[in-house]
Design a protein around this ligand. Structure first.
Ligand SMILES: *Cc1c(COP(=O)(O)O)cnc(C)c1O
Length: 436
């Protein structure tokens, strides 16, 4: 299958270019040339398929022409190696827990799949592939762990000194081997500037095969559609029910992956785009106007996005029709106080501990269900484990959050990062002296 740019549909590239090239030069985002509908037989047997088997059926629709099917199966078996259980919270309300991966957030799914796909695409090349990632926290951990020990690939993660949490730093900087952590004396924008400069530097290109692994890569989006199918598989008689998803959103990758699942035939009634006070998309759904703004800091900080990057993909999926988009997506947003109240009441009433992002998803779902009695089941996505946001969660629920073993293991490891100035010449010298 080929991929086109949302900015110019005549700009068509191969899978290899779409995955390794990063972003189209015209500043659009890549989209698959078509979104195939899965056959009726797939939905008839969905309840009996395993997570990996259904993921394979979904993935082959997009990648089956370009990758041998046995390789695709291997990629899926390695990448999709943790479950996404759907858990009861209240009457009509369930959550899908996406935090059972190595860094306890849903970004593990996309990062693990992207890493194995990239490894396949570069396996016959003479050079190792070097991946540069600038991170303000969460993405760096998911990417570093996703690529850890993947053959043929080195990862260099740049993070701002003193500006990420200790948990995040441990998830990035304690791995070693093919993962290099660079602690930059500067802010996130400096990290991003250094990465962008290196990606277009012709001196570096002579000795290193470079790419980036940012969140807009199409190979992260495709696997995120798998778990929407996996959720339905866990709902009894899903074909006779009216089911909605509430997706706590920032850059809208997760929600876009859900829209793709729906386009492939998953019988979702609609999606709820739940945001914090960075409510650019809920405003668009309300007014038809898309007006990016500077982001505002909140307690659900992975959703502090003022210019959601996947919005152009949503427009593309619906031919830019506000009416069609509104039929499938309902927008709603919440303040930090409301988010805290939700965490408190859910803990009190059910014992379940929400993280701040999941709490926003819960609130959006609760509101929607109160207005739609015909809906049988609502599922909000729990995008991270509450232990990742211990400092925020514990004072709110006035209880301790148990730290899962795989997180505790990170906390016990030594940080091994290199410190770097925010000058490009220093970064360049570092890259060139570490090339093979
Ligand atoms: C990245 C992230 C989000 C937002 O997901 P998008 O795909 O950017 O909308 C929500 N919650 C958590 C915990 C995240 O890390």
């Amino acid at each position: 299958m080929k991929f086109y740019s949302t900015a110019d549909k005549s700009n068509v590239v191969s899978l290899r270019e779409a995955v390794l090239g990063g972003m189209p030069r015209d500043k659009g985002l890549y989209m698959p040339e078509s979104i195939p509908r899965l056959p009726e037989s797939f939905f008839e047997s969905l309840a009996t398929l395993g997570y990996q088997s259904l993921s394979f059926e979904v993935a082959r629709q997009f990648l089956g022409d370009d990758i041998p099917l046995t390789t695709l199966q291997d990629i899926i078996n390695e990448a999709i190696n943790f479950e996404t259980p759907v858990v009861d919270i209240e009457k009509r309300i369930k959550t899908m827990e996406l935090f059972h991966g190595p860094t306890l957030a849903f970004k593990d799914v996309g990062a693990r799949f992207m890493s194995r796909l990239m490894a396949y695409l570069v396996k016959d090349s003479d050079h190792r592939l070097t991946i540069l990632v600038a991170t303000s926290g969460d993405t760096g951990g998911a990417v570093a762990n996703g690529f850890y020990r993947v053959p043929g690939i080195n990862v260099v993660v740049l993070y701002p000194a003193g500006k990420i949490s200790l948990i995040q730093e441990k998830q990035i900087a304690t791995l070693g081997e093919n993962i290099t952590a660079l602690k930059v004396n500067g802010n996130f924008d400096d990290c991003q500037r250094l990465v962008k400069a290196a990606l277009v530097d012709s001196d570096i290109k002579k000795s290193l095969m470079l790419t980036s692994a940012n969140s807009i890569n199409i190979s992260r989006l495709i696997p995120q559609s798998f778990y929407y199918f996996n959720a339905f598989r866990q709902i009894e008689n899903f074909r006779s029910k009216s089911i909605v998803f509430s997706v706590p959103s920032g850059n809208f990758g997760n929600l876009t992956a859900g829209l793709i699942a729906k386009r492939m035939g998953l019988p979702v009634k609609c999606f709820i785009a739940s945001t914090n006070i960075n409510h650019i998309v809920p405003d668009y759904l309300d007014s038809g106007k898309f007006e990016p703004k500077p982001s505002i800091q909140t307690i659900s900080n992975a959703m502090d996005v003022g210019n959601p990057s996947n919005f152009s993909r949503i427009l593309d999926l619906y031919d830019s029709s506000w009416g069609k988009i509104k039929a499938d997506i309902h927008g709603i947003y919440y303040t930090d106080d409301e988010t805290r109240q939700a965490m408190t009441s859910v803990k009190k009433n059910t014992g379940y501990i929400l993280d701040p992002h999941g709490a926003v998803g819960y609130l959006g779902l609760k509101k929607y269900l109160s207005q739609h009695s015909e809906v049988n089941t609502g599922i909000f996505l729990e995008t991270a484990h509450p232990a990742k946001f211990k400092d925020i969660v514990e004072p709110v629920i006035q209880d301790t959050v148990e730290i899962p073993k795989r997180l505790a293991d990170f906390l016990n490891r030594e940080i091994q990062s290199h410190t770097l100035s925010n000058q490009y010449t220093d970064f360049k010298e570092f890259l060139l002296s570490n090339s093979d």
